[in-house]
Design a binder for this molecule. Structure first.
Ligand SMILES: [Zn+2]
Length: 65
């Protein structure tokens, strides 16, 4: 099975492997995010918990290090 089973709650990145999403969060979001199952993520999107539209705007704000 190679369909995406895990999702990044910060930007909506999808992966079939949980550790890939976890590493993605550490590298791209400085650990500021959660890896959740694809089902949970889709439910969160539908209920407005996760907002993918913010992702691109947030990337430009990541300049403090
Ligand atoms: Zn992400």
């Amino acid at each position: 099975m190679s369909k995406p089973n895990w999702a990044c709650t910060t930007c909506g990145m999808l992966s079939s492997r949980r550790y890939s999403v976890k590493r993605h969060i550490m590298n791209l979001h400085g650990g500021n995010g959660l890896e959740v199952s694809f089902v949970d993520y889709m439910q969160g999107r539908l209920t407005g918990i996760y907002n993918q539209n913010n992702a691109k705007q947030q990337q430009q704000q990541q300049s403090s290090s």
